[in-house]
Design a protein. Structure first.
Lengths: 158, 264
């Protein structure tokens, strides 16, 4: 086979391979990892994380604004501290609140940010004071059952 | 007593032989790697090998990728529909292809299509004393024959695996969306939400590069080490395919254990 034919076919082969890689990178996966210099990090303390994982999305009004970059247990206060990396394009007032929510009934857990009303915005290294931990299904059922039992206990004597 | 000694002796001989081959294969790999500059200085030789290893494997890779993706679409739909989660079909197809099936199946096909051809070619060159003739003319056969084949295979493999995954996902789309009628928007958007560039795509490419290195290493070594007889070459070709398959699966387990252990 002639040299030019081989070159042509190898060129087509490499182009197809590159096209497949581009397809995988942009159509199948999304570039949702934020680059290091376009984010700022804030921390928030929660009494219960539920099933929150590192890399979980941070959403505000349903839009992805950042990701969870770290989770650690604070032994002094017995709470969990979560580090959030938020895209620099989005700013939030200092009295914003963070909640751990679940997407759908059985979906993954994510952090929802609700903006506050302060004039100042959260800076890099700041802390979100108002937090609400995950609602654990077992706790809810437990509360419901105990509430029911207590209610019945009170109503009997009458 | 004598029988036991003989048994032990044969076990010992096999162990020594195995270790000797591994050591020889490693030195052979180092020798090949040391001739890397000559493989790229005379680029036309390597390009030729990319043609024989890569371009000629295109058909089998693309067709199998398409069918594997279509089967994944059918089977995945059949399972997911029981849980009312058919919109996750895209995630299932994409993750299984990009993480596992793409690199592994493409490498297995590559070993049987290209690896066996490399072994047979080098083995036959040795059997017909072409390698010795080169040596006589002061041409290093490792630089002239082995290094271009090695690099041709190593460069082709990740591209082939990427094509396998891409056509597989298109096959899954064809069956899931076009044939069965899963919602097209959900198919793609759920896939994009779950597939991570760094964790899934890049790790898949790393896997396929490692497999490509292992398969071509085994292929050139078996060919170079083949006894210079018809039977020796045929045995070496068989051994290339069998050893490659085992090594791919073992390496896949090790790489997966390191890559996808999950955090937290």
């Amino acid at each position: 086979m002639k040299r030019t034919t081989i070159d042509l076919w190898v060129g087509i082969f490499v182009a197809l391979g590159a096209a497949a890689l581009v397809f995988l990178s942009f159509q199948v996966a999304t570039q949702n990892t934020f680059s290091r210099n376009s984010i700022y990090t804030v921390s928030a303390r929660f009494d219960d994380l539920g099933g929150l994982k590192v890399q979980a999305p941070v959403k505000s009004a349903g839009v992805l604004v950042g990701r969870v970059t770290g989770i650690r247990f604070v032994n002094d206060a017995f709470v969990a501290e979560v580090t959030l990396a938020i895209d620099k394009r989005y700013t939030f007032p200092t009295d914003s609140s963070a909640k751990i929510l679940t997407s759908g009934l059985l979906g993954d857990q994510y952090v929802g940010l609700t903006p506050g009303a302060e004039v100042d915005n959260l800076a890099d290294g700041g802390t979100i004071e108002l937090t609400q931990g995950a609602i654990v299904l077992e706790k809810l059922i437990g509360q419901f059952l105990y509430g029911k039992a207590a209610g019945e206990g009170e109503s009997k004597p009458q | 007593m004598n029988a036991i000694a003989n048994l032990l002796r044969s076990i010992g001989a096999r162990a020594i032989d195995g270790v000797w081959r591994l050591g020889f294969a490693t030195r052979f790999l180092l020798a090949t790697l040391s001739h890397t500059p000559s493989a790229f200085r005379r680029l036309s030789l390597t390009v030729r090998e990319v043609y024989f290893s890569g371009v000629l494997s295109l058909t089998i890779i693309v067709v199998s990728g398409l069918f594997v993706g279509m089967v994944l679409g059918l089977q995945g739909y059949d399972t997911l529909v029981r849980f009312g989660a058919t919109e996750a079909l895209g995630v299932l197809v994409a993750l299984s292809l990009v993480r596992e099936l793409g690199p592994v199946v493409a490498a297995l096909l590559f070993a049987s299509r290209a690896g066996s051809a490399i072994t047979a070619e080098i083995g036959l060159m040795k059997a017909t004393e072409q390698l010795d003739a080169m040596d006589m003319m002061a041409i290093d056969p490792v630089a002239r024959v082995v290094a271009p084949r090695f690099w041709g295979g190593v460069l082709s493999m990740p591209l082939l695996a990427a094509m396998f995954s891409a056509t597989g996902i298109l096959g899954g789309y064809l069956v899931g969306v076009v044939l069965i009628g899963v919602d097209s928007g959900q198919f793609w958007s759920q896939m994009q939400n779950s597939v991570d560039f760094r964790a899934d795509i890049v790790n898949g490419v790393i896997k396929s590069a490692v497999f490509g290195l292992a398969v071509t290493w085994i292929a050139v070594f078996e060919g170079y080490e083949a006894p210079p007889t018809a039977e020796g070459v045929s045995r070496a070709t068989t051994r290339t395919v069998v050893t490659s398959a085992l090594v791919i699966l073992a390496l896949d387990f090790i790489l997966t254990a390191f890559m996808f252990r999950g955090i937290g």
